[in-house]
Design a protein around this ligand. Structure first.
Ligand code: PGA
Length: 255
């Protein structure tokens, strides 16, 4: 499959980090460093930082996104934010199904699917995260778990909407641990995900859908991971909080 059909996407996931002044300072520092990147670059920031981040990034090639959203447009869901609210803010990108949401906030394949539908329903692009835990990998369940998560997330999503879906393979054991999957391990699962997408939607959709790797990607290991044929970018946690590290990853994806 021709990987040149897929522009790499390097997306930062700031998680629950940075106040508005810190957001302003970090994006100002990143802008010149990312100006020559030929990959797509994005930062998924806390809800409270969205407007500030958008204002600072307005004259740059950095897309600002959110990290989660609820599936209903409005209603009695204390503490939640809807895709409609994000869309009204001018946000066009949202992550769903991050493993921290699955682990700590009871996210299931079904709620990931509902959130994805809501994001797509607002004409936004969605990064859908999947990944196995260490015990699942050690008991040889990686492919079964990944298939269940991919099929569950994409249930009922029409092929036409897949243009706005990015998958992120993030092995839970590699997130925030400094322990990265080897390039071969990461590519093997990304290729498997592409195979599942091909079964569901056919070759054209499979060859144009972007699949990122995430989990301790950093300035040092990015080039090797991103050189793999089925890895189309990265979802970056820790290293996206450091301008030079994030820029180095984007530079590696721009080759
Ligand atoms: P990490 O996080 O790069 O800090 O491992 C990745 C993620 O959780 O998206």
């Amino acid at each position: 499959m021709n990987r040149y059909l897929r522009t790499p996407l390097i997306a930062g996931n700031w998680k629950m980090n940075l106040t508005r002044p810190e957001t302003r300072a970090l994006i100002e520092e990143m802008k010149p460093l990312l100006a020559s990147a030929t990959c797509e670059t994005a930062l998924c920031v806390p809800f409270t930082d969205l407007e500030t981040a958008q204002a600072v990034a307005i004259d740059s090639n950095i897309v600002i996104g959110a990290q989660n959203c609820h599936w209903e447009a409005s209603g009695a869901f204390t503490g939640e934010i809807s895709a409609k609210m994000l869309s009204e803010l001018g946000i066009h990108l949202c992550i769903v199904g991050h493993s921290e949401r699955r682990q700590y906030f009871g996210e299931t394949d079904e709620t990931v699917n509902r959130r994805l539908r809501a994001v797509l329903g607002e004409w936004m692009t969605c990064i859908v995260c999947v990944g196995e835990t260490l015990s699942e990998r050690e008991s040889d369940e990686t492919f079964r778990v990944i298939r269940r998560q991919v099929e569950g997330a994409l249930a009922g999503i029409p092929a036409a909407d897949m243009k706005r879906v990015v998958l992120a393979y993030e092995p839970v054991w590699a997130i925030g641990t400094g322990k990265t999957a080897t390039a071969e391990q990461a590519n093997e699962v990304c290729a498997f995900i592409r195979g599942v997408i091909e079964e569901l939607y056919g070759e054209t959709v499979a060859s144009t859908t972007r699949i990122q790797y995430g989990g301790s990607m950093n300035a040092k290991n990015a080039a090797e991971l991103l050189s793999q044929p089925d890895i189309d970018g990265g979802l970056i946690g820790g290293a996206s909080l450091k301008a030079h590290d994030f820029a180095a990853i984007a530079a590696a994806a721009s080759k």
